[in-house]
Ligand binder design. Structure first.
Ligand SMILES: Cc1cc2nc3c(=O)[nH]c(=O)nc-3n(C[C@H](O)[C@H](O)[C@H](O)COP(=O)(O)OP(=O)(O)OC[C@H]3O[C@@H](n4cnc5c(N)ncnc54)[C@H](O)[C@@H]3O)c2cc1C
Length: 381
């Protein structure tokens, strides 16, 4: 068994954060952090293209609100669900799902509220109302309209699910940074029902952790997203925003491994002045001749929005030549819009520059996927 096979979501490795730095410049509307985690020699092993699983912890302020509502002591012992052991209440609440509405608790809490909607939600037939009510609310929103202390600490814990791990594309090559793993974390925040909310894991990693903080991790090996074995193969990388992460790892790896394969990056974000992540590193890679082409799309630098798919279409002829020459086409980042728009642009490039009908372009792109020359690592952001 290799060392990394030991660690998984149930048996994570306890690593230490060694550095967190801001990647966006002053005035940016984005908050992206470069997080360096020290794994040491005993930690899980990875290759570029893999992701790191993180077991996050809830914001202690939210945990304290729940404890205050219970009128309990932070060090009161509670049993975790599904034989997960016994923990002090404050620790248990840090690793249970409190940032959503716990459906299991609606019934017991409905008897302790004057909120008409919450009372109705105890009725299992009110599915639409339930979905609408839960949208943008968390446990604290529900407790705020219920009689404080109506449930015991154990009754509340029994109704909560374990917090799920989150995955982050690894942004480093282990050859370039032995014993370390680097991540590119976009801190998620939004406002709903009059309160500023934050993503559990991204705020835990990017804002509440610091150098020396312990973090539980495991490596998620990607079978279908990695560098080609042959370093002579050209690669095209489309990775706007945090989607640049695995491509930083690819480029670091190729800098060390060498080889004649050319590397082309499409990157985009809001503003060039503040949001070109790893700008200096990419500039150095270009100067060294590792990064052969970079096409940038900063959506808010001009009156009309420009995204990576627009740059792909502008460079269509060249893109087609690279694909014809055997290049692998990679996409990483936002699954909801970007990946779909990039997919449509790829079809258009193949159709226009390959002189194909729409149907033939569809068949061609399908074949690219089958041949593992169109690889995606996309997720909801
Ligand atoms: C293979 C893979 C690789 C990934 N790589 C990266 C990476 O390199 N970098 C990176 O930053 N992320 C990456 N992610 C995403 C990451 O795993 C998390 O999903 C992300 O950080 C958000 O997690 P969170 O715990 O901070 O937010 P959560 O606590 O999970 O909250 C996110 C949820 O908040 C709600 N929400 C968010 N915004 C709003 C809004 N404006 N209005 C209302 N509700 C909202 C939505 O319900 C959303 O689902 C990757 C995901 C996968 C699957």
């Amino acid at each position: 068994m290799t060392v990394d096979a030991i660690y998984n979501a149930k048996h994570p490795y306890q690593a230490t954060i060694s550095e967190i730095r801001e990647l966006n410049g002053a005035g940016s509307q984005k908050d992206t952090r470069h997080v360096i985690i020290y794994l040491g020699e005993e930690g899980p092993q990875y290759v570029p293209g893999d992701s790191l699983g993180i077991l996050p912890r809830n914001n202690p302020e939210l945990v304290q609100r729940v404890i205050d509502w219970l009128g309990a002591k932070a060090d009161e012992s509670v049993d975790l669900p599904k034989g997960g052991g016994t923990l002090p209440l404050s620790e248990a609440l840090q690793c249970l799902e409190i940032s959503k509405v716990p459906k299991n608790l609606l019934q017991p809490l409905s008897a302790h509220t004057n909120d008409e909607v919450l009372r109705k939600l105890a009725d299992p037939t009110e599915k639409e109302l339930l979905t609408a009510y839960c949208d943008g609310r968390d446990l604290c929103d529900i407790l705020a309209v219920c009689r404080p202390g109506a449930l015991s600490a154990q009754e509340l814990v029994d109704g909560l699910k374990p917090l799920l791990p989150r995955l982050y594309s690894i942004a480093s090559s282990p050859r370039a940074h032995p014993g370390e793993v680097h991540l590119t974390v976009g801190v998620v925040t939004w406002e709903s029902h009059g309160r500023l909310r934050e993503g559990v894991a991204s705020s835990y990693l990017g804002r509440r952790s610091c150098s020396g903080s312990k973090v539980e991790v495991f490596v998620h090996h990607s079978k279908n997203f990695g560098l080609p074995e042959d370093p002579a193969t050209d690669i095209i990388m489309v990775g706007p925003g945090t989607g640049i992460a695995p491509f930083r790892a690819f480029l670091e790896e190729r800098r060390i491994v060498g080889g004649s394969g050319r590397n082309w990056l499409f990157f985009g974000d809001q503003h060039s002045a503040t949001d070109y992540l790893y700008h200096e590193e990419m500039a150095s890679l270009q100067q060294e001749g590792i990064l052969h082409r970079v096409d940038l799309a900063f959506s808010r630098d001009q009156g009309h929005k420009v995204y990576v798919q627009h740059r792909m279409l502008e460079r269509g002829a060249e893109l087609w030549r690279w694909i014809q020459g055997g290049a692998i086409f990679y996409v990483c980042g936002d699954a909801l819009r970007m990946a779909k728009d990039v997919d449509a642009a790829l079809h258009q490039v193949v159709q226009e520059h390959g002189g194909m009908s729409h149907e033939d372009a569809v068949v061609f792109v399908k074949q690219l996927k089958k041949d593992k020359r169109y690889l995606r690592d996309v997720y909801a952001v």
